[in-house]
Design a binder for this molecule. Structure first.
Ligand SMILES: *Cc1c(COP(=O)(O)O)cnc(C)c1O
Length: 447
C-alpha cells in the first residue's frame, strides 16, 4: 500500500519548462520562473494550500514580461509624470539620437583636426546662447548635477540652506541625503516660511562654508507669511565670502521671457525660476533637469560662470556622472528647437499649449462615442515643476464600472487614466492625437 505523496506529483523543472516553451521570454528566465513556481508549490503543499505550479509559473512569466520597458498611453493629464518617463522626446531628438546610437561618432574627437576634444561642446554652445551662461556641463540627472556641484565646491565644508527649501521629491530624492553624499555639511537656516539675508550672513560668519545653496521648492509652495532671500542678495553674500552661489532651479525653464514662445508667457509658468534670469542675478552655478520643462532626455544640466563650471569639470565625479553621445544628441536637437524658435517640435510644449478648443473637440467625440460626459478638468505639469499650477483642459468622464481602470492597465498598450470619486477621467492633453482611436477601441473592448 502506498501513501499518497503530493510532492511526488509535482512536475520536474524540465517537464514544466517544456510546457511553457511558447513563452516569448528568453529560456533562462523561463527556467528561473519554473524553479520559483515549484519552490512556492512545495511551500503550498507544506501549508496545505491548493497547488498549481503551471499557473504559478505562467503568472510569474506574465508579470516579468510586463515589467520590460514598453509604451504606455498617458491619459492622466500629468504632463511630466516621473513614473511614466517624464518628457517624450521630439522627433528630431529621436532621429539624431538614433543615428548616434547606430554608429561610431565624434563624441570626443574634433573631426576638423582628428584631435581629441571635450565632450558636449556643441550642446554647451547652445546652452550659452540660450541662457547667457559662460559655460555648461552635462551629467546624468539634476540630482547628479547638484551632487557634483556640492562635492566640487563644498566637500568637508558647510552649506547653508533655507529650512523652507529642504525638499523631498518623489522617487527617493531628498536634498539632505544628496548633500551628505557630497561630503558637504548642511546648515539649516531660517524657518520653514521665512529666511532672510541676515540668516545667511550669520551662517557664513559661524561656519566655514563652501557655497550657498538655493533650491526651488518645486513640488510645493509656501504661501501666506513667507519670505525668501532674492538671488541677487544671495549672490552678493556669496561674493563677499568668496564662495559660489549654487541655485537648483529644478525644472529647466531656460528664459523667463520665453522669447521662443510665440505667445505671452502662459499664466501657469509665471514665477517659475529660469536659468537666464538666475545667472543674470548673480548665481554662479544653476542646475536643472533635461526631462522636465525643457522637454528633452534625462540629464542634469549645469550652467554657470567659466570659473565655477571648470572646477566641476575637473572633479573625478564629473567622469563618473557623464552622459553618452545619445543623450548629447537628444539634448542638441531639443535645445536646437529653442534656438530655432520652433517649440512645436517638442511634445511637452505641444501638449502644454494645446488649445482648449482642440481638446474639447477630441474629448467630445470620445465622450459621445463612449457614452461619457465632457467636463472641465485640470491638467498638471508634474515632476516637481510649477507647483500648484494647473492648465484647464476639457476631459472625458466615464463611470468606472467593472474595474475599467484595471482593465485599461492590462491592455496590450497599457492606458493610464485618472480615478476620481468613482469615475474614470481621461485627459487627452497628455495623449498624442494619433492614439485617440485606439483608446476608444480599447475601452469598447474592455466593456
Ligand atoms: C526634479 C528636481 C530634482 C531632481 O532632478 P532629477 O533630474 O530627477 O535628478 C532636484 N531638484 C529640484 C528642485 C527638482 O525639481
Amino acid at each position: 500500500m502506498t501513501v499518497d505523496n503530493p510532492y511526488r506529483d509535482l512536475p520536474s523543472v524540465d517537464q514544466l519548462a517544456a510546457e511553457l516553451e511558447a513563452s516569448p521570454l528568453p529560456w533562462p528566465l523561463v527556467v528561473d520562473a519554473v524553479r520559483s513556481a515549484l519552490e512556492q508549490s512545495r511551500q503550498d503543499i507544506e501549508e496545505g494550500r491548493q497547488v498549481d505550479p503551471r499557473r504559478k509559473a505562467e503568472d510569474l512569466l506574465r508579470t516579468l514580461e510586463r515589467s520590460d520597458a514598453t509604451q504606455v498611453i498617458n491619459a492622466t493629464g500629468v504632463l511630466l509624470h516621473t513614473n511614466l518617463g517624464r518628457a517624450v522626446w521630439s522627433a528630431p531628438a529621436i532621429e539624431h539620437a538614433a543615428n548616434v546610437a547606430a554608429n561610431y561618432t565624434n563624441v570626443e574627437i574634433d573631426v576638423e583636426t582628428g584631435q581629441r576634444t571635450r565632450r558636449g561642446s556643441y550642446v554647451s554652445a547652445l546652452l550659452k546662447t540660450l541662457t547667457g551662461a559662460e559655460d555648461a556641463l552635462i551629467v546624468n540627472n539634476n540630482a547628479a548635477g547638484l551632487l557634483l556641484a556640492l562635492a566640487a565646491t563644498s566637500a568637508g565644508k558647510a552649506v547653508p540652506v533655507a529650512r523652507g527649501e529642504l525638499i523631498e521629491i518623489g522617487g527617493s530624492y531628498r536634498l539632505p541625503d544628496v548633500m551628505e553624499a557630497s561630503g558637504s555639511r548642511l546648515v539649516e537656516i531660517g524657518t520653514t516660511n521665512r529666511t532672510r539675508a541676515d540668516d545667511y550672513a550669520t551662517a557664513l560668519q559661524l561656519h566655514r562654508c563652501g557655497s550657498i545653496l538655493k533650491v526651488h521648492p518645486s513640488n510645493y509652495r509656501v504661501e501666506g507669511f513667507a519670505e525668501e532671500t532674492s538671488v541677487a542678495k544671495l549672490a552678493g553674500l556669496a561674493r563677499s565670502g568668496d564662495i559660489p552661489l549654487i541655485y537648483d532651479i529644478g525644472s529647466g525653464l531656460l528664459d523667463a521671457d520665453t522669447p521662443w514662445l510665440d505667445i505671452a508667457t502662459p499664466a501657469w509658468l509665471r514665477g517659475e525660476p529660469a536659468a537666464r534670469q538666475s545667472l543674470a542675478a548673480g548665481a554662479d552655478l544653476v542646475t536643472f533637469s533635461g526631462d522636465k520643462l525643457l522637454g528633452g532626455p534625462q540629464a542634469g544640466i549645469i550652467v554657470g560662470t567659466a570659473g565655477a563650471v571648470s572646477i566641476l569639470r575637473k572633479h573625478p565625479l564629473a567622469r563618473a556622472l557623464r552622459v553618452d553621445g545619445v543623450t548629447y544628441a537628444a539634448l542638441a536637437a531639443t535645445l536646437g528647437a529653442y534656438a530655432a524658435r520652433d517649440i512645436g517640435q517638442i511634445p511637452f510644449w505641444r501638449q502644454a499649449l494645446m488649445s482648449k478648443k482642440d481638446l474639447a473637440e477630441r474629448a467630445s467625440e470620445m465622450a459621445n462615442r463612449l457614452g461619457g460626459r465632457l467636463e472641465d478638468g485640470q491638467s498638471t505639469i508634474g515632476a516637481g515643476s510649477v507647483p500648484g499650477m494647473t492648465i484647464a483642459s476639457p476631459v472625458v468622464v466615464l463611470a468606472d464600472e467593472d474595474h475599467l481602470y484595471e482593465s485599461l492597465l492590462g491592455a496590450e498598450v497599457p492606458i493610464l487614466t485618472r480615478r476620481e470619486s468613482g469615475s474614470l477621467v481621461i485627459d487627452l492633453r497628455t495623449v498624442d492625437p494619433v492614439f485617440d482611436q485606439s483608446i476608444m477601441d480599447t475601452i469598447d473592448l474592455c466593456r
